[in-house]
Design a protein around this ligand. Structure first.
Ligand SMILES: Nc1nc2c(ncn2[C@@H]2O[C@H](COP(=O)(O)OP(=O)(O)OP(=O)(O)O)[C@@H](O)[C@H]2O)c(=O)[nH]1
Ligand SMILES: [Mg+2]
Length: 288
């Protein structure tokens, strides 16, 4: 039924993202340290491609959120590569957010600057931290954990934060929350589909059959046992029709005329992934 795999190019770059980038560029000179946030389930796809241009050579901490949801072995393989260039913090912001380490590293990074200020007769000042990442990775959740209360709005859909906001974490750290950003043209459509599957691209602009097909194929190739556990699907034909039939029957998603309701099945696959019915998955792999 679905021959549209890769036929639709996914790009999502609304005005507020362009504006965010402009404002970050304007404010970057005020910033001492950058927290770059990526999603552990997609450590490659969720990494902003032109980030180095945007944040120049500011000291950077790579914060890997949703570590509780990922396939740790697959994710760690990728993080090993990043470890060569970045300081990395892996974190589960829901159940086990140990933010002390983040604050300690931040203070340490800030020390030389404050020592310089003191030697020039100026007062110490809090570190100004910029938080940056693609939509829905957990930037605002991280801020709330750091502050210890709800200061930033959070939601499991992309595009929740709409403007730049300064938030005081404690006497040592001030943080600039920013809306999630992507880039004008996503060159790598595999990465775009991974971003879309894991809720970093606004659902309304997506072809849901295309995304659901991508999810089924990805699960089948990387985690066939999880596909079997949820849908009792053990093989996938090229057109996916058998899989759709099976899911429709199991979950009773038919049109009034008794045919498989493809759109509803697709929506259901996307929702199952979002609701965590395929636990411990990582959709990115290093190229072989
Ligand atoms: N399981 C799990 N969920 C997380 C974690 N971090 C964030 N979330 C969830 O991810 C969703 C998005 O979180 P937000 O903090 O709103 O993400 P954001 O990066 O600020 O998103 P935008 O403002 O849209 O760019 C929320 O439903 C959070 O509860 C984590 O470490 N583990
Ligand atoms: Mg936010």
């Amino acid at each position: 039924m679905d021959n549209r795999q890769n036929s639709t190019n996914i790009n999502w770059y609304p005005g507020h993202m362009a504006k965010t980038k402009r404002e970050i560029a304007e404010k970057i000179n005020l910033i001492d340290i950058v927290y770059e946030v990526i999603d552990a389930r997609m450590p490659i796809s969720s990494k902003i491609v032109d980030i180095d241009n945007l944040i120049k050579n500011k000291p950077r901490l790579l914060i890997v959120t949703k570590y509780d949801l990922c396939d740790k072995e697959a994710t760690d393989k990728i993080l090993k590569i990043y470890e060569k260039s970045y300081r990395i913090i892996k974190i589960d912001l829901i159940k086990n957010a140990n933010t002390k380490e983040i604050i300690n590293i931040t203070k340490k990074l800030m020390q030389p600057l404050n020592e310089k200020r003191k030697s020039q007769g100026m007062k110490e000042r809090p570190a100004r931290v910029l938080i940056i990442g693609v939509p829905n990775v957990g930037k605002s959740t991280l801020i709330n954990r750091l502050v210890g209360k709800k200061s930033a709005t959070v939601g499991n859909r992309p595009g929740v934060t709409k403007s730049l906001n300064w938030i005081r974490i404690n006497k040592d750290v001030e943080l600039l929350d920013t809306p999630g950003i992507l880039w004008p043209k996503i060159e790598n459509q595999e990465n775009a589909h991974v971003l879309a599957s894991l809720s970093s691209i606004k659902e309304e602009i997506l072809n849901i059959n295309d995304i659901a097909a991508f999810i089924l194929r990805k699960l089948f190739s990387l985690y066939p046992e999880k596909l079997k556990a949820r849908y009792q699907i053990e093989t996938l034909t090229a057109d996916l029709s058998e899989a759709y039939n099976k899911i429709a029957q199991k979950r009773k998603v038919f049109t009034k005329g008794g045919l498989v309701d493809y759109d509803k099945v697709s929506a259901l696959i996307i929702k199952d992934l979002k609701d965590g019915y395929f636990p411990n998955i990582t959709f990115d792999r290093l190229e072989k």
